[in-house]
Design a binder for this molecule. Sequence first.
Ligand code: 13P
Length: 292
Amino acid sequence: MPLVPMKPMLRQAQAAKYAIAAFNMIDYNSARAIVDGATELNAPIIVQVSVKTIKLWGHQSIAGWVKSLAGETHIPVALHLDHCKDLAVIQGCIDAGWTSVMYDGSAFPYEENLARTREAYDLARNAGVGLEAEIGAIGGTEDDKFVAEDEAILAKVDECVSFCEALPDLAVFAPAIGTAHGEYKGEPKIAYDRLEKIVELTGMPIALHGGTGLTEAQFHRCICSGCAKVNISTMHKKRFIDGFIDLRGRDPRQKEPIPFIQAQYEAMKEDVRDMVETFGGTGRAEEAAAAA
Ligand code: 13P
């Protein structure tokens, strides 16, 4: 089917207490693994793209790949832009057919974040595209963004409320709740109480950033508290690389590239299936499609 917007699916997922996995794709093979893994479980999926990846392949190639993969499956597939503070990149995504984008103004003080996010909000809404926005500062490394552990800031509940009142049509909201991008160095301190309060007072579906390394229990608690989109990047990148390396170890004389591509695909797809299953997405394609 054609690409779908993520907002109605996320609202449905939040109400039904499951979450839709959002994987950061790397290339065509990775996008194929993401869509095929979800298809095998009859689950909705979000293919999201980091700015660096867009700079490498270009908007049109990526949109073409994901649209054709979506066109070959019955599950709903959304194409989303991850953390971006460049309106030109956002505009490029809108023009190429992305169904949602993220504007990340979290490095700015609250008022400036709101003002800048509003520009992206207007741009996206006028084009019928959904917007994700962030408040607070999520720690760790994502794409070109690095937030040191001592600079990570939990989102303030009152700011979340006023932000979402000012931008009521957000597709999904990303408050910093103690998770971090990249590998966790210690036990993450997730602010569940704050998450619950934010959901209660804003009514927004929440994006859980920093999915790699969280435990099943942590995922479940976040999802039960209102996280409807769970982002996974680091784990996927690792599988992308390990898929090649592992085959080299198993079959050092292999000289053909296609078995490597296939091994990489299988490695990535296994993680996609694991995460979709963990987030409760299995068998949800029809209800998510009906919402979209
Ligand atoms: P991880 O790299 O920790 O999986 O986080 C991904 C993410 O939140 C992308 O925005």
